[in-house]
Design a protein around this ligand. Sequence first.
Ligand code: GLN
Length: 488
Amino acid sequence: MDIKNFTIRKLHEGLMKKEFSAVEVARTFFDVIEKEDKKYGAYLRLTKDAAFAVAEHVDHRIADGEEMGLLAGVPFAMKDVILMNGEIVSAGSQILSKYCASFDATVISRLRKEGAIPLGYTNCDEFAMGSSTENSSYQLTRNPHDLSRVPGGSSGGSAVAVAGGLAAFSLGSDTGGSIRQPAGFCGVVGLKPTYGAVSRFGLIPMSSSLDQIGPFANTVEDAGIVFQAIAGKDPFDATSAEHNWSNVMDFDVACLKGLTIGIPKEYFGEGIEEAVRQELDFAREKFEKFGLKFKEVSLPHTEFGVACYYIVMPAEVSANLARYDGIRYSRIAENCDQLREIYFEQRGRGFGKEVKRRILLGTFVLSHGYYDAYYAQAQKVRRLIARDFEHVFHPSSDGGVDVLFTPVSPTLPFKTGEKTNDPLQMYLADAFTIPTSLAGLPALSVPVRKYVVGSGKLPVGFQLIGPRFSEQKLLSLGRAYEDSFNQL
Ligand code: GLN
């Protein structure tokens, strides 16, 4: 049975009907990983002991006739920034190569409770800084649709794990696009939740006012199932929001027909590749046939998004990464006992080029004399960007749209090595995902068409953006697109 391509519901049904056991599911996926991942490089470390412990427990409960939730016995992969008790978690960095987590992230404890099977840790850009996974200090990860191209980043390994059939779903983190962009590049679904919807407790922080954990999945429904399991208030994360998510999986096609979809003109201007534009037109026509109305709107501060992000984010990075001093967490600086020497060795050797670049940038924009000119100014621009969105979603404004429809990325997946020497070009890859992050809004990345790996075609994703806590609407639209229109 080809369970590696099963949806969550199908896996659940098979497990409940005892067509296969959770231990068999785990074993099948580990076999596939062993065979296939050599060419992809999605996984950094496998968590076999934890996986089989959970799987055996699930099998016992099923044997006892217990009613199990949808995620019981479903195997998943985690980005290398999400803590799991007793496992090495390194954020793709040498500085944490020996760091062993001493507790579970809240998302992990929630998935454990559900009985989901943790297969292992996936590769990512160091401390989630990058758009191609090439900034990992461990290995390259390749796009399964074309091995000469990048999978996107920073959660590239998590996207590939799902696209390559090496996990039923995976977790990533998104600060400026790191779930949506790799999902688009790899032809899978990715959800960046509303800021505060999912607890960040146990997530190795990059930029705390932007970071959110979210799922990668084969289908929108699967992404919704995972999101519902991990979302909700957490006493360990003061920024997590009190919100009732019990209706998030409600799927009412009739309700969707009256929605108005906004097309922000700034997202369809210069710099978008022709192939991306054509695919977006294709998706839009499908939506129109379904009865949805489209309307052009403007988000006038979009062009300042990347510049604003590259001030706010490094400022928070410089503060967040100060903790890796070689005294706490783990020590890679050997044979030195003077404090100053330890700092130099640890941080000098432990961090890669991009991380150092951002720490320097962040320290600069926060420093006396520059704070007002850069950091304070960027905070004001951030507000303007958020206000653009509030305006178009406001019912009485000239926008008055329910959801926005945009490309995920301006380009197709690029070649490995193509942008590594040009950080600015790399940063621009996130021009369409960054504004949403700055505004704290939810956004869903859906493949325009599902290409089978090996078909020789490169996937393109569209992005649906909604007001805060509009996940149910985004997921419904995404599901309607998949169910009714998606052509294999
Ligand atoms: N690519 C963006 C960056 O390099 C976004 C990263 C992310 O979302 N973690 O910062």
